[in-house]
Design a protein around this ligand. Structure first.
Ligand code: AMP
Ligand code: MG
Length: 399
């Protein structure tokens, strides 16, 4: 049996990042991984500009100015943000200027209007301003040629804002990872079908589809298949023509209908490992179809969800070309407690409030999905632990 860590490592070793790229409109790139560095084609700001409302002038003209002895200058005009007029300001002159307007060549400072009488024809200046003061210089924010997005970086709202300020309209990103998802089980019906005796609604398909969407993958949803090994093998082989990664739920334990053990050889896929020392999800089965990983999760909804988070999520992040793929871990303490001992390693669904983690719900079986509502972390309880008491130190995996 593999440990959680060794199982993940085996999978990651086969999670090659996708190489194909595509060019997207900047606004469509949120959450995608940059495939190229983007350097600024212009300096930002593109010109020296005023960061306040006042007057642009020569600092030497007001070096001696005070309330008692104001300097008096002739006003040559008015520049507002967006103004394209090129002014020239000689010694003894000033330009009325508003925030964001270009500071004319030759002017070496801007005085704020509060230190003047705000005159329109001529203006009284009540204070000196230092050389180069109150000017936001061209390229001060982003010098021309500065790399503002690096290949491998995940594009955030901030990147989109910065790249817009550079005038960038399109960005080359890695294509989305294509993930095929198939739930297996004779008992499965899709919501909308009439529930008959012995059947249940498929919870995994919708839950994992949503996870795949949140991970920004291109999900190939295969629906559900009955426990027919050949039919499942055929469906997976078809999907593998397009998909980079195959994920199934159901049929990985030791029962008569645990068909995935037969499906892998039918597809000509190689088994990587079966069984991981953790609860839920012990019977995790993973393989390789050619180069493509297959992750076969237990059908128990909580087991499927937890193993998806622990194994599939990092694999998908790595395949997507992300620089970080690990699930973040935090050391914290338990709020409340958990009254069962854990002879083997156990993952408990819990909610972390930023300070402490409380175990959710009363039903901790791997078949119960209801107590997953509100879950934002899993408490990683080591093998051989007793019951958890209020305040006990624990390590959590953030989801
Ligand atoms: P299995 O992994 O096929 O042995 O299934 C374990 C348990 O999970 C059984 O009670 C199944 O009926 C249930 N189960 C399997 N697949 C799903 C699914 N997609 N949605 C909800 N429950 C499922
Ligand atoms: Mg089954």
């Amino acid at each position: 049996m593999e440990s959680m860590e060794s199982a993940l490592e085996l999978l990651l070793a086969h999670a090659a990042p996708v190489c194909e790229t595509e060019e997207l409109a900047l606004g469509e790139t949120l959450g995608r991984v940059a495939a190229q560095d983007v350097a600024s084609p212009i300096p930002v700001p593109p010109f020296d500009r005023s960061p306040l409302d006042g007057y642009a002038l020569h600092s030497e003209d007001i070096a001696q100015a005070s309330r008692e002895h104001p300097a008096v200058l002739r006003v040559v005009g008015e520049a507002c943000a967006g103004c394209g007029t090129v002014f020239s300001v000689a010694r003894g002159e000033a330009l009325r200027i508003m925030t964001g307007a270009p500071v004319p060549a030759g002017c070496d400072c801007v005085i704020r209007q509060e230190d003047t009488d705000e005159g329109m024809e001529q203006v009284q200046m009540y204070a000196p301003v230092g050389h180069m003061k109150n000017i936001c210089f061209a390229g001060e924010d982003v010098p021309r040629g500065a790399v503002m997005l690096h290949a491998g970086e995940e594009i955030t709202c901030a990147h989109i804002g910065v790249l817009s300020s550079l005038g960038v309209t399109r960005v080359r990103v890695y294509r989305r990872v294509r993930v095929a998802l198939l739930s297996t089980g004779d008992e499965l019906l899709q919501p909308g079908q009439v529930l008959t005796y012995g059947k249940i609604y498929d919870a995994n398909r919708a839950a994992l589809t949503t996870h795949l969407r949140m991970l920004d993958t291109q999900a190939i949803i295969l629906g559900s298949e009955a426990d027919e090994p050949q039919a499942v093998a055929d469906a997976l082989e078809r999907a593998a023509q397009e998909a980079d990664l195959l994920i199934t739920t159901g049929g990985v334990s030791v029962g008569k209908k645990d068909i995935m053990h037969r499906v892998l050889p039918l597809m000509g896929a190689q088994r990587l490992f079966w069984r991981v020392a953790m609860k839920p999800g012990t019977p995790l089965l993973c393989g390789l179809y050619g180069e493509k990983p297959i992750i076969c999760l237990s059908g128990n909804p909580f087991a499927a969800m937890a193993c998806f988070e622990i194994f599939a999520t990092p694999v998908i992040r790595r395949m997507a070309g992300r620089a970080r793929w690990e699930n973040p871990r935090v050391k914290t303490t338990v709020l409340g407690g958990f009254d069962k001992p854990s002879p083997g390693r156990r993952l408990l669904r819990a909610r972390f409030d930023g300070q402490r983690a409380s175990v959710l719900g009363k039903n901790h079986s791997s078949g119960s999905l209801s107590s997953v509502i509100g879950c934002n972390c899993l408490i990683d309880v080591p093998a051989g632990s007793g019951p958890l008491c209020d305040g006990d130190p624990v390590e959590i995996i953030l989801l």
